[in-house]
Design a protein around this ligand. Structure first.
Ligand code: PGA
Length: 252
């Protein structure tokens, strides 16, 4: 079985370079543990140099977004050639916090394409804003997947995709507010079905699906139990070394 995937999404934390250094020093004490996984850290841009230098061989650098245009004069943007020069291997695309700022399925689809052309793994985030009794959120999920992944047809490209199911209502809270394991497995089955309709069973069954949304040491084992996920996209708990270690340990 392929290695589990753990992505630490630092968002816009920690708030100083000194704290970022401390966090990395603490993380590196468990480097043996992280080496057993595909482990990525997605820090804010100003910490890229530090993270790429200190991650050594126990993890890889990830971006929290990409800019769609090729290198050129784009004040305020960071183009893919720069990301690549720091060793970025994966990019979180379509995160709900970016969608809330106006990111559309269309731009997610463009970003997937340009990330792939640059040899960067697209980690595509999808998730409903609310669940309802009638299951209408599944339609939302289907549309978001279909539109975000539109235009992907090369087998080689599809094989590099990773999906993160992040129900928006469960993000940034705590373990008690995360999704119930039974609902998670239902969503994973549904996502797998949409991927199968789009790409065929053989291709779809190999696309890893991660879960994100208030993953903490307290709920990690329940979320893994027979839910069909391959790993986690972790926000706030990734800033606490002990919590992240517990999450990593549950994956191996
Ligand atoms: P959270 O964030 O773990 O703090 O809920 C997850 C994410 O937004 O990627």
């Amino acid at each position: 079985m392929a290695r589990p995937i753990l992505v630490a999404n630092w968002k816009n934390h920690p708030s100083s370079l000194i704290e970022a250094k401390t966090l990395l020093r603490q993380l590196s004490r468990s480097s043996k543990l992280y080496k057993k996984l595909f482990f990525f850290i997605a820090p804010p841009y100003p910490y890229f140099a530090l993270v790429s230098e200190r991650l050594g061989n126990f993890g890889q650098l990830a971006a929290q977004d990409v800019f769609v245009l090729p290198s050129g004069n784009h004040t305020g943007q960071v183009t893919l050639d720069i990301l690549k020069s720091f060793g970025v291997r994966l990019a979180i695309l379509g995160h709900s916090e970016r969608r809330a700022l106006g990111e559309t399925n269309d731009s997610v689809s463009q970003k997937i394409n340009i990330a792939l052309r640059s040899g960067i793994i697209p980690l595509v985030c999808v998730g409903e804003t609310a669940r309802d009794q009638d299951g209408e959120h599944f339609e939302f999920l289907r549309d978001e997947l279909k539109l975000s992944l539109a235009g992907l047809n090369r087998k080689n490209d599809i094989a590099k995709l990773v999906i993160a199911y992040e129900p928006v209502w469960a993000i940034g809270k705590n373990a008690r507010d995360a999704i119930a394991p039974a609902d998670l497995s239902q969503s994973v089955i549904f996502i797998r079905k949409v991927l199968t309709d789009m790409f065929g069973r053989k291709t779809a069954e190999h696309i890893p699906i991660l879960y994100g949304g208030s993953v903490e040491s307290a709920n990690v084992r329940a979320l893994l139990h027979e839910t069909g996920i391959r790993g986690f996209l972790v926000g706030h708990a990734s800033l606490h070394t002990k919590s992240l270690e517990a999450i990593a340990e549950s994956l191996i």
